[in-house]
Structures are given as C-alpha cells and as structure tokens.
Design a protein around this ligand. Structure first.
Ligand code: SF4
Length: 461
C-alpha cells in the first residue's frame, strides 16, 4: 500500500501526509468521560461528533456516549446558539447527567460562538437544573492535536471546580495528592492510582476513565458507569498537598490551573513508563509523605530481572518510536535503558520542547537520531527507508509502514484500533513495564524465529 513512498526526503511546509495525530475534540471528549456521570457535548456538526465517538469506541471497544449541536447550514451562517440552547435543554431532560462538558469543533470555533455567553443564556432560561454543571473547553482542531484537547478539558475541570480549601485536615486524615494522569488507557489510570495508594497517600485523580471505558460486562447497560472523578472530588482539589502532572503536553496546564486557583503546588513529571520514569514518580510521592514499601521494591525488582535476563536480545536493536509526545518521550527513555537505539523519534503534536527533551534523553546518541515534532507518518516512513529499524513502536497507524518495510510493530499509545484489550492491560508503572518489555521481546524473538535458517532455528533463545 505504501510501496510508492519515495526514499529522498524533501522539505515540506504546507502538506501533511498520514498525520500522526487526530483532532482536539476527541481528546477533550475522552477526558470528559473521566468525570462521573458526565455527558460530553460536541458543539458543531453531527459528522464531527460521530467521528470522535466512533474513533474512541474503536480503541476502547466500549460505547461512547456524546451529544451534538447538529449544526446545519443555518447554524454555520448565523451561529450555533439556538442549537446549543435546545441541546442543553434536551440532554438534561432526557439523559440527566451531573455534568455536561462542551467541546467546540473547527466549525463553531471559526464562526466564533461564545460558549460561556450561551451557557449564561441557558442559565437565564432555566435550562440547566439546580445542582447540575456545564463546563466547556475551546478545542479548535486547526491548533494542536487530540492531546491538546485532552489538556484543555482537564484544565477546564480545574477552572470550573477547583477552589481554595481553608479547613485544616484532621490528624487522622491521610495526606492527599492530586494526579493528572495524562492521555493514557483506563488500565494505566487504574495502575497509577494503585501505585500511588500503595505508598499510603490518598489520591484524587482527574480525569479517571477507569470503570467508565473498561466497565465490566454485567448484562445490563449503564448509561453512566460507576467510574469517573466526582464533582465533589473536583471541588476538593484544593485539599491536596500537591498536584502531580504526568506528561507535560497532556497534564501540565491543569496542574497550573489548580495551583493558581486553589494554591496547590504542582510537580511536573514524565509519564511513568519504564523503570527510571516510574522511579521518579514514586520518589515524588515519597517526598510528599508516601512510603515506598517492600512490595513496590519487589515489583521493580521483577522488571529489572526481566530486563537483565533479556539484555542480549534488546541490546543494539534499532527502534522507531512515534505517537503522542508524552508517550514517545517516556518510551524513548525506556528503550534507551533497555540498551536499544532509538533512531527515529516522532510525534504529530506540535511543541518545540519535544525535540529538546528527546535530545536530553538520548544524550550523545541524539546527533545520530531523527527527531521531529508536528510531523507525519510519511516522514517516518521515509526515515525508515533511509535507515531501517528492527522494531516499530506506535499506534495502529504504523501497520502500513510495518507491512511495507516488513518490520515488527508493537502497538502502544492511542489509538490502537485493530487489537483488543488495550484498555485493560497497563503499560505504565513497573507492572506495565513488564507487559511492554515482554511484548517487545516477543516481537523481536518471533521475528528471529521466522527469519532463522534451518541450522540456526533454536529451541531456546
Ligand atoms: S472538522 Fe475539525 S473537529 Fe470536526 S472532525 Fe474534522 S478536524 Fe475534527
């Protein structure tokens, strides 16, 4: 399918081919689903909303509910206020959410609809019942990516709900931290909470899609599954000793917002993928009053043991990594620590700091690597044609390159549309590191078995 990709790399400034990102509202919609009893609401055309919902459903294999203003030609010309007013009235009467989280689309942003003004009008018309909330994030898709949208909706949660808390904690209260987990799977959010609570700290995680997009099959459809951060928890963000933002692209702005509104200091960390990043995460929790017990040390030791056992298979293998910036940077560090050589490192999300941080992680090896932000998969394919790799790490969209160049692909990040269980198995933390390293190892060893000539086909590798 990609056999006509040319090898010579030509500088392009105005053309994207196979973008390594999707649009802002998708990320915002995913974040909104991490609020308990929240109905995401897309202010724009029905087509946008259908795309966002279906893309999320294809990754999580779960129903994704969302309402839409269903713009027609009239709304496109005269603005979407009547649609949003009618839509808010309908969703509160028909679906009874606690929170409606509005995201804008390219169209409503281009028209210039003023969402706070329209929501104010809805309040004047008593379309929002008492005790219910409407929050919003501006998510123009010609800026940033789905990661930007996720960050914007997390920031909106803090902006609408975080307030200073002046009452002192009781002596029996556990120390509390807020965690903004980044654009990760429900399984990863569950794992982040498990690790943090294992240190003895109380945790408010926002958003939290565990229990929402990995809800158990019970035979009954729950329109609002049991999971998600409650409004009460969001209103109490100010009780925490610190807000830990995991991944600067997805989480930093929300932590800054909590700091400014509720006077809670922020700590900015990489996504805890791999040994070193998970160590840093736990060390920060320890600095905030947590205790790293023997069970966590044993978990770490098991991952280290796997890495040591398989060192000869990882060492010196070239790898290409692409996807969301927070994921790619932490994966790059993990691959470096495995002894692999990340030769191509690429994200579709804009951000100048990406290249700098990737360079810091790779150290002297950075000069020989291709690193790019705001780039596309056409570029990645060309890089690989010029310098082949042993392994490709990234989303489902890499499968075309993997097929064209005959490279094993380990699917990680979002979206993974063509495999199951992505939302159930973590890749974060030490336990996630075992999962991830095992999958990478299996891919490399399967390939070695496949390519081995008869007399080198070994039972034990
Ligand atoms: S029009 Fe904009 S918001 Fe709608 S699907 Fe396309 S990029 Fe996303």
């Amino acid at each position: 399918m990609l056999e006509h990709t040319p090898t010579p790399v030509v500088e392009r400034s105005a053309l994207r081919i196979n973008p390594a990102k999707t649009c802002q509202p998708i990320g915002a919609m995913y974040a909104a689903m991490g609020i308990h009893r929240c109905l995401p609401y897309s202010h724009g055309s029905q087509g946008c909303c259908s795309y966002h919902r279906s893309h999320l459903t294809r990754h999580f294999k779960e129903p994704v509910m969302a309402a839409t203003s269903s713009f027609t030609e009239g709304a496109s010309v005269f603005g979407g206020q009547p649609n949003l007013l009618q839509g808010l009235g309908t969703v509160f009467s028909a679906y009874d959410p606690d929170v409606v989280a509005i995201t804008t689309t390219c169209l409503s942003e281009t028209i210039g609809d003023d969402i706070p003004q329209i929501v104010g009008e809805a309040e004047r018309q008593h379309l929002i019942p008492d005790g219910k909330y409407v929050i919003h994030a501006n998510t123009p898709s010609y800026v940033g990516s789905h990661v930007t949208g996720f960050a914007n909706m997390c920031t909106a949660m803090a902006r609408y709900f975080a307030t200073p808390i002046t009452t002192k904690p009781r002596s029996t209260d556990r120390s509390r931290v807020n965690i903004v987990p980044g654009f990760v799977n429900p399984s990863d959010m569950r794992e982040i909470r498990r690790l943090a609570e294992a240190t003895g700290l109380a945790v408010t995680m926002f958003p939290d899609t565990s229990g929402v997009l990995d809800a158990p099959q019970t035979g009954h459809h729950e329109f609002y599954p049991a999971g998600g951060t409650t409004v009460e928890e969001l209103r109490n963000l100010g009780r925490a000793k610190a807000t830990l933002a995991l991944g600067p692209w997805a989480s930093r702005d929300a932590a800054v917002e909590v700091e400014q509104r509720a006077d809670v200091p922020r700590e900015l960390l990489d996504l805890p993928i791999g040994i070193a990043a998970t160590d840093r995460f736990l060390q920060v929790l320890a600095s905030r009053g947590g205790t790293i017990g023997s069970e966590l040390e044993a978990e770490r030791g098991r991952l280290v043991d796997l890495v040591v056992d398989a060192q000869q298979h990882f060492y010196g293998r070239k790898v290409a990594i692409f996807g969301d910036p927070d994921h790619v940077l932490s994966l790059t560090e993990f691959c470096r620590d495995l002894g692999m050589i990340p030769v191509h490192v690429l994200t579709g999300t804009p951000g100048k700091k990406f290249v700098k941080r990737a360079g810091e992680i790779l150290g002297p090896a950075a000069s020989a690597a291709n690193i790019a932000a705001d780039a596309d998969l056409f570029t990645l394919h060309q890089w690989i044609k010029n310098e082949p790799v042993d392994l490709l790490l990234g989303t489902t969209y890499g499968k075309y390159i993997a097929r064209a160049e005959d490279i094993p692909l380990v699917r990680v990040g979002w979206p993974v549309l063509d495999r199951y269980g992505q939302g159930l198995l973590p890749t974060l933390g030490y336990a996630g590191g075992v999962q991830l390293a095992t999958r990478m190892l299996d891919a490399l060893l399967d390939r070695r078995d496949r390519d081995a000539v008869e007399h080198e086909f070994e039972l034990v590798l």
